[in-house]
Each structure stands twice: as C-alpha cells, then as structure tokens.
Design a protein around this ligand. Structure first.
Ligand code: HEM
Length: 562
C-alpha cells in the first residue's frame, strides 16, 4: 500500500470524526440553549412573537428589518418592535448563535434599576463587539475595581470647571467650521456629517491626546484608520460581520492606530520627565486624557526611579492605548451626529430658530462676530443659553446615538409593566433609549419636536418624567463626556444659528445618485424596485455607522440666515 493511500485512509475518517463531533456538539449546545429559552417563555418571560426552535428570533428580526432601509440602525427596528408590546414594555429576543439572549426594554423604571440602583456590570458582548476598534478593555467596558480606578483617574479632567478650560479651543475650531460653511453658501451640496465629524474629531484629539490637528482642512492618518475600522464594523449585520476581509482590514488599521498612540505616549512621557527633572515645581494641572493617565502612572508608581526609565511599562501603555482609542470613538461620532440632527430638526421646525436667535442676541449682543470673543473670555456664558440647551436636549431625545447593555446577575430581578418578575441571571438587558424617549405612556406628543418641554415647570404636562430621558445613560456609569459634548453643541449653535440656514438636499442627492448609477444598480432597481429609504417618513434616518450617523452623510445646502 502506498504511503499516500495509508495517509488518506487514516486522515479522511479522522476528519469525518472531528466534523461529526463538531456538528453533534453544536446541535447539543443549540438544543440546550433553546430549551432554556423555551423554559423561560413558559415561566412568563415576555417573548418576541415568532420564536422557533431552529432559528430563535433571527428570521423575525430579518423580516422586521426588511421594512427598514438596509442601512438603518437596528435600534430603530427594535424600537418599532417594542411599540407592539405596550403591556410589558420589554421582550426577550433570542438571536443565538450571533448573540446571547437579550431583554430589550423601554420601561424607565427597569432602566433605572439596571443602570442606577443595581448598576449591573457592562456586558462582555459590547467589549467583544468594539474590540476591533478599541483594541481591548476600556473604561466603557471594564467592571469592578478596574473601572473604578480608571474612572477616578479621568474624572478630574471631565469636571464642569476643567471642561470650561477647553471652551476657547472649541471656539477656535468652530470658527473654522463657520468659515467652511461660509465658503459653501450658494455652492454645491455638502455632507454636513463630514463637516461635523471633522470638527468633533479635532476637539476629541485635543481632549484625548492634547494634539492640535487641522483635520477640517486636510486628512489625518489616525482618523483615516479609525474611519476604516468603523466602516467595517457592525454590532449585528452578518453582511459586515461575516465578510472575509473584515478581520484583516481591522487588524491592519488597528495596528496603525496602536503604533501612533504608543509613539504619542512615549513622546509625552519624555516631555513630562524632562519637565519634572528640570523643575521642582508641580507641572500645570493635567486635563487631557493622555496627561491624566501619565500623571497617574508616575504618581501611583512604587518605583522610586520611574522618571529615569527610558520607556513606559508595556502593559500600562497597552491599557492607556485602549482608553484613548475609546475616547476617540465615544467622543467623536456621537457629538457629530447630534450636530447634524440638531440642524435637521431646525430645518423642519424653522419656528424654533426665532427664540434661538433671540437668545443669542440677548446674551452675546446683536453683532454676531462678538460671540466668539465673548465665549473665549467668559465660557460660563454657555450656561445662560437655556433655549439653546433645550434644542440640544430635544434633539438627543429624538435622535439618541447610543444604547446601553448590561449583564444580568443571580439574585437581581426586574419586573415587567404588567407585573411579571423576571430573574436576570443568564440574560443581557438592553435599554432601547429610542423607545424609552418616545414612549407615549411617558411623553406628551412624543413624536413632536418641542424644546419647550425642557423649559417647563413641574406640574406642566410637558415636564419630563425623571428617568425617561437618558441619552447619556444615568447612574454611576453615566457618560463621562456628557458636559464636554453639551459644551461643543452649545458653541456650535451659538456661532452658527444666526449666520446660516442648512437645509437637507436628499431629493437632489437621490436623483444625482440615480443618474450616476452603474448598469448593475439600474438593472437590480428595475427588477426589484427602489429600496426603502425612509424611517417613519424621515429620509435622514440613523444608520448603523458608529454614533448612529445620518443616512448618506446628510447632503445639504447652505445659505445665509435672513
Ligand atoms: C452626544 C454625545 C454623547 C452621547 C449621547 C453619549 C452617550 C453615552 C452613553 C449612552 C454611554 C453609556 C454606554 C454604555 O452603557 O455602553 C456613554 C458612555 C461613555 N461616554 Fe459618552 N456620549 C456622548 C459623548 C461622549 C464624549 C464627547 C465622550 C468623551 C470625551 C464620551 C465618553 C464616554 C465614556 C468614557 C463613557 C464610559 C463611561 C463609563 O462607563 O464610566 N462620550 N456615552
């Protein structure tokens, strides 16, 4: 018998046994998993209708999703599903093997239990999902003492007082944003999303890495890599997740980001050492993420000769790199997409521009060019702009950019609106911020843009119910960048609302796209019909792109305000 025959005789059956064992293991695990779900259903867990032993709820989600534009954020699909469960205000969704079982909730009392009273741990599902972007555990996904340590290291840089120190820089960058809008008046369609993302990236680079970059007028390697990774990212979409090129592209760009940040860290460490060794006096108070991390590295070290070490400890540098990547992610897209949706709502509600502009006239004077100087001299003037803040809050109510997901624990239970008590062990609980913030049980005229609700007194029907407004989540894990982001948004509105009018140009954009479409797209559109491209009639719907960016980058036209 030839050697190759012998090999084949041995290898083929062995492979067969391995494959059969794998399949048997998968079937046994699937059976065990679905049995649990079936049992929970019998115990009274509110289940999304249409569950099957074979596919769980995967086909139900796909069926629902087909009523939405292909790029719509899955949170919008879940929000629509929740509207069909007003009696429980939650349901269990089983998307195994893509995801462990999740309770999707829109009851603020349950959200308060989960995030505030119990403060359940962050779910590992989120850490795994953002690992290609962030590189590893970060303040967003850490739990227990690791999280506490990092949160207390960063807290001082994000106090209201410390953040006021960034306002002059924000004003300077918004000035460039205004110049770009001015140059676009009466010209071609612009992508407001691109304009806004470039602005917020400059600001988060300053706050995270203490870097001054000019990304509004050029490119930047960090941003190119970050954008590429997020374009190839999805929390759930199998078209993205199963793409064979995705791991390689994300790995390649992840390395570019990692090396860039490591270089910055070593550079800042050298500068800090030089400062410390030259002068006995304590350096100026750190307020960037990188400086806060290095201060902690030095002050908490037991190594007396830390300032003589040529390089940072690798493990520490790796963790800080994850933290900085998280800040670049969390602090950029969320604020940028909120800028766009603020303008979108103002374009649909021009009546709101009147009190907005009147407030800016009253606080900064009628000469529009004074606002920048005054804001730099007295950043606290931001706090007087109550209507401006009301517009921002109402935008974040209608277009929140991010949900929260927590891991249930033994001994902790939640109760559905109709009184069924559910143990949380073995399930994740996702608060669907979209559905909570438009829940008709809690909000008067939930689908209407009413900045007035944020100026209403208690007792007024518009006065918001505590806990029902949670775009930044609430409790100990509330968004660390909340005040920074509100400062950015206020500066943007103050410096632009009296000068410019921004109007969406989707119709023009769509007809341009149709005209320039390739033959294949034309044929598939002719056969299959036009894809759905609105959510509840809104062409500027939130997409899956990190931070829920608006569809097609929000094409718009800029004119001067009259
Ligand atoms: C409109 C703007 C923003 C919104 C709506 C927003 C929303 C959120 C939400 C919902 C969470 C909780 C996420 C979860 O539980 O998984 C969160 C956490 C966080 N956000 Fe933001 N965010 C915004 C801007 C920012 C900015 C500008 C920064 C950075 C400077 C930032 C940094 C963080 C961090 C570090 C956490 C984790 C906090 C912790 O777990 O201790 N965010 N944000």
């Amino acid at each position: 018998m030839a050697v190759t025959d012998l090999n084949l005789n041995f290898v083929l059956p062995a492979l067969g046994v391995v494959a059969a064992t794998g399949v048997a293991y998968f079937i046994a695990t699937a059976y065990r998993h679905r049995s649990h779900i079936n049992q929970w259903h019998k115990q009274g867990f509110p289940m999304l209708a249409g569950w099957s032993w074979l596919a769980g709820h995967t086909l139900v989600l796909l069926r629902y999703s087909s009523r939405f534009p292909p790029l719509a954020n899955v949170a919008l699909v879940l929000q629509a599903m929740l509207e069909e469960y007003p009696e429980s205000e939650m349901f269990l969704i089983d998307l195994w093997p893509a995801m462990p079982p999740v309770i999707v909730n829109c009851n603020p009392d349950v959200a308060m239990l989960v995030s505030q009273k119990y403060n359940l741990p962050k779910s590992s599902t989120v850490e795994q999902a953002i690992e290609p972007i962030v590189g590893g555990p970060s303040i967003l996904t850490m739990n227990g003492s690791d999280w506490k340590t990092w949160r207390s290291r960063f807290n001082p840089g994000f106090s209201a007082a410390s953040l006021m120190g960034h306002v002059p820089y924000i004003v300077d960058r918004v000035q460039v944003f205004c110049e770009k809008l001015q140059a676009s008046v009466g010209r071609d369609i612009i992508s407001l999303d691109d304009f806004a993302t470039r602005l917020t990236f400059e600001i988060i680079m300053k706050v995270s890495l203490d870097s001054d970059i000019d990304y509004q007028c050029g490119e930047h390697p960090l941003s190119t890599s970050l954008n590429t990774i997020t374009r190839w990212h999805s929390f759930w979409d199998p078209r993205v997740l199963l793409h064979p090129l995705r791991p390689f592209i994300q790995w390649y760009h992840g390395n570019i980001i990692k090396n860039y940040i490591r270089k910055e860290l070593e550079q800042r460490f050298s500068e800090l050492k030089a400062e410390r060794l030259e002068s006995e006096t304590v350096a100026k108070k750190a307020n960037s993420v990188i400086a806060l991390a290095l201060e902690a590295y030095i002050s908490e070290s037991e190594d007396k000769r830390i300032l003589e070490r040529p390089r940072l400890n690798d493990e520490f540098a790796e963790t800080v790199s994850h933290q900085i990547r998280l800040f670049l992610l969390a602090g950029n897209d969320t604020t940028a997409s909120t800028i766009v949706f603020m303008y979108h709502l103002l374009s649909k509600h021009p009546e709101a521009r009147v009190p907005l502009r009147a407030e800016h006239d009253a606080i900064f004077g009628k000469d529009i060019s004074n606002a920048a100087t005054l804001l730099k001299q007295q950043p606290a003037l931001l706090n007087q702009c109550r209507y401006t803040l009301a517009v921002i809050k109402e935008t974040l109510r209608m277009y929140p950019p991010a949900p929260t997901m927590r891991q249930g624990l033994p001994g902790y239970s939640i109760t559905t609106l109709d009184g069924v008590s559910l143990p949380t062990e073995h399930v994740r609980i996702m608060t669907n911020t979209w559905a909570v913030q438009k829940n008709p049980r809690l909000w008067v005229r939930p689908e209407e843009f009413l900045p007035e609700r944020w100026l209403a007194n208690s007792g007024d029907e518009l006065y918001p119910i505590p806990g029902a407004y949670r775009p930044f989540d609430l409790g100990p894990r509330v968004c660390l960048g909340q005040t920074l982001s509100l400062n950015e948004l206020r500066v943007v509105l103050i410096m632009t609302a009296r000068s410019f009018k921004l109007e969406p140009a989707y119709e023009e954009w769509d007809s341009m796209q149709a005209k320039n479409a390739g033959l294949w797209t034309k044929v598939t559109t002719w056969i299959g019909g036009k894809e759905i491209d609105t959510v509840k009639g809104d062409r500027a719907f939130q997409t899956e792109v990190a931070g829920s960016h608006p569809s097609d980058g929000y094409p718009c036209r800029v004119s001067l305000a009259v």
